[in-house]
Write a protein that binds this ligand. Structure first.
Ligand SMILES: Nc1ncnc2c1ncn2[C@@H]1O[C@H](COP(=O)(O)OP(=O)(O)OP(=O)(O)O)[C@@H](O)[C@H]1O
Ligand SMILES: [Mg+2]
Length: 308
């Protein structure tokens, strides 16, 4: 596995120094067997040198990261990749409107006729030296996450009322994700943001996108790959210019649509399901249709997309 991490990071062009430091980090902090099942190799690692380098450098200096970006910009893929690169058990902590301090750090339960503290995911992660992913952190109310302040700053501890203070394992880090566009999200307060280094997820570049589609679909024909990637970039540009919203700018949807072509679906229909139909505005849909029609001809079948 070590070899794979090295090959992946080198392939992304990450600096030798960061690669060395990440390897030293893995050596310094071996994972307890109890948590070994949480150290995962991502099915698809994150692609993007600059973002990786920023994230790795921050984590090596003991910082926590806040990843900001639109939908399907790879925030969770980056979290998985970083846990793998640093050899850490990962803890997913989904935040929502009902998130409270008990669901994060833990709560009293009654077991064997005794009151016992049942650890929440943040406490488990802190003790295991894990990477805790506070997913969609801006869905939670600010006072719920304020219980994390001491864990996220130089104090590196969790104060459980009525119990002892729990210090963070030196390898523990928190990676928060947020998507400003989603309904139900709120602004994070400054005290919380100040405890993170903030990484803006960049728009996809042509080379990265083609590399990504090639990894997902090794048997896709080159002209088809160019057109799908071209369509995504056209939409990304139009959304950047404000011609369309970001509703249809959905790489996850495009990948799902292309998968459906494998089952025999016409490419022009697949792209509708995965991308175009994500907009419910008739005016916008017309622009999307035009963009798709110029890239994915109506006459294309599965054989135009896949096969030797
Ligand atoms: N730079 C990237 N490298 C690798 N995969 C990427 C990248 N950008 C997007 N993807 C792909 O986009 C899809 C969505 O990724 P992910 O779930 O990490 O997005 P997200 O930013 O967490 O989205 P959301 O805000 O909707 O939760 C995955 O299929 C992933 O492979
Ligand atoms: Mg996500």
């Amino acid at each position: 596995m070590k070899q794979d991490i090295h090959a992946y990071l080198t392939g992304q062009g990450v600096s030798e120094e960061l690669i060395r430091e990440a390897a030293a980090f893995r050596e310094r902090y071996p994972v307890e067997p109890e948590f070994a099942g949480r150290v995962e190799v991502p099915a698809m690692p994150f692609l993007g040198k600059d973002t990786l380098e920023m994230a790795m450098a921050g984590l090596l200096q003991g910082e926590n990261l806040l990843l900001c970006g639109g939908k399907a910009t790879g925030k969770n893929v980056l979290c998985q990749t970083l846990s793998w690169v640093f050899g850490r058990p990962a803890f997913d902590i989904s935040c929502h409107i009902h998130t409270d301090s008990a669901s994060l750090i833990g709560t009293d339960t009654f077991r064997d006729n005794q009151v016992q503290f049942r650890k929440g995911p943040v406490t488990l992660c802190a003790q295991a030296g894990g990477f805790g992913v506070l997913d969609e952190i801006n869905m939670a109310k600010n006072d719920a996450v304020s219980v994390l302040h001491a864990a996220l700053d130089h104090r590196r501890r969790i104060d459980v009322p009525g119990y002892q203070r729990i210090p963070l394992h030196p390898a523990a880090r928190f990676l928060a994700t947020m998507n400003l566009g989603y309904a139900g999200t709120r602004e994070l307060n400054e005290a919380l943001v100040s405890r993170f280094l903030v990484v803006d997820m960049p728009p996809l570049q042509k080379e990265t996108l083609e590399d990504l589609l090639r990894r997902y679909f090794p048997d896709m024909k080159n002209p088809a790959l160019e057109q799908f990637s071209g369509l995504f970039l056209d939409l990304q540009r139009k959304a950047g210019n404000g011609e369309i919203s970001t509703k249809a700018l959905d790489l996850r949807g495009m990948i799902g649509g292309i998968r459906a072509i494998r089952s025999g679906l016409w490419p022009s229909l697949a792209i509708r399901m995965g991308v175009l139909n994500k907009s419910f505005d008739s005016f916008e849909k017309e622009i999307l249709e035009d963009a798709a029609n110029t890239r994915i001809p109506a006459g294309w079948s599965r054989e135009d997309v896949f096969g030797g």
